[in-house]
Write a protein that binds this ligand. Structure first.
Ligand code: GCU
Length: 384
């Protein structure tokens, strides 16, 4: 009998998945089963969801901003980009029980700006030539000249400064500096370390002259997109959170997901999430959370999710679905989240609501087309 029941449950789950109508946890129902009906009740529910993602997936950072963290502007260079920008090279240094660490932040501020500029902070998970501060090498992955031309500041850091992207049992990077041993099953993984670094970069950006602290966008591609979402989910200083092709463990709904799944990502990248996340291998349908709630943690702030047509590994349909499933939380605030109900066609960005989305023709990548959509969305919604 119980066998029959579980087969029936499985068939139901599969048919939901096939219909594209997977049953998802409701972000607006508390752990105790109470429906959230007012904006005033959201912070407490948000704290519950944040705790679930911390405990079950990304892991707990042992520190916020470290006491005594030093922010130093090492160099200020006017006249960059034919006079359009000033470059600042900023260094952050910290000390923890395990020693010292730090990160470099590259910042270009537009010079022709009457008012402080909004700023796009890129979490760079590609080789550092993609974010060349000299601008001799230029990459569409970080089109700093184009960002400046649109009146925004462009900032970036290299994720390896925080934690090298390889499994070393969490000895190097900020884990080595701040972890207390033995590490718990909920201890932070590598993506949480990068997200922590993005928040430290914001610590520096908000005190920079010429930057509008109320208009900071965090952008990440793929593993960096998962990281951007975790940063924006936690850090309410992020006005706009941008997930580019983040897929599994990012914007894509895990239940019934095509391409990469939880077991696969945990096997290939055991260091990205915490130990507890392995408990959800092949158990996506039993998990008390799904990725639309990661997006919902950013409400009522702005979010943008982007997919690429050839990125089946990330599952564009599952990425879009999450934006729709997160929308009721924006509606609670009287705002529109995702305004489309069906996935927009390629090159038809949907940007009317507080959640933006586009599908780009092509492969898994962060391109200048993607950047232009993010800036269009910011022009519309990030008040000047
Ligand atoms: C791998 C991984 C993805 C990740 C991607 C990337 O393909 O499976 O989860 O998003 O790398 O970071 O480019």
């Amino acid at each position: 009998m119980s066998h029959l029941l579980s087969i029936a449950a499985l068939l139901t789950a599969v048919s939901f998945a096939l219909a594209g109508e997977v049953m998802l946890p409701d972000p607006l129902v508390t752990n105790a089963g109470v429906r959230v009906t007012t904006p005033a009740a959201w912070p407490a529910r948000r704290a519950e969801i944040l705790e679930i993602f911390t405990r079950e997936m990304f892991g707990r950072a042992p520190v916020a901003r470290p006491a005594g963290m030093k922010i130093s502007v090492m160099e200020t260079t006017p006249g960059m980009m034919d006079g359009a920008a000033e470059r600042r090279l900023i260094r952050l240094d910290w000390t923890g029980p395990g020693g010292t660490g730090g990160m470099n932040l590259i910042l270009f501020v537009p010079t022709a700006q009457q008012k402080p500029a909004g700023c796009f902070l890129l979490i760079c998970n590609r080789p550092s030539e993609n974010i060349d501060p000299t601008r001799v090498q230029k990459s569409p992955y970080w089109p700093a000249e184009a960002i400046i031309a649109r009146g925004y500041a462009a900032a970036t850091f290299y994720n390896d400064d925080l934690d090298p992207d390889k499994h070393d049992e969490f000895k190097n990077g900020v884990h080595g500096v701040f972890d207390t041993l033995p590490r718990g099953n909920d201890a932070w993984g590598t993506l949480a370390a990068w997200a922590w670094g993005a928040s430290r970069a914001i610590d520096a950006l908000v005190e920079q002259p010429g930057i509008d602290a109320k208009r900071i966008a965090v952008v990440g591609h793929s593993r960096g997109g998962k990281t951007a979402l975790w940063c924006g989910a936690q850090d309410e200083r992020v006005a706009l959170t941008i997930s580019n092709n983040s897929g599994c463990g990012g914007a894509a709904i895990s239940r019934g997901k095509a391409g990469e799944n939880v077991a696969r990502i945990n096997k290939s990248f055991p260091h990205w999430f915490n130990a507890n996340y392995k408990n959800w291998d092949n158990k996506e349908f039993e998990a008390p959370f799904d990725q639309h709630e990661l997006i919902a943690l950013c409400a009522p702030r702005l979010v943008y999710v982007a997919s690429a047509t050839e990125d089946a590994w990330a599952d564009p349909a599952a990425e879009f679905r999450a934006t729709v499933a997160a929308t009721p939380v924006w509606q609670l605030f009287g705002l529109t989240g995702m305004t489309a109900t069906a996935q927009p066609a390629a090159e038809q960005p949907e940007q009317a609501g507080h959640i933006g989305y586009h599908l780009r023709t092509g492969k898994h990548d962060l391109t200048e087309y993607d950047w232009q959509q993010y800036m269009n969305f910011a022009d519309k919604h990030l008040s000047k």
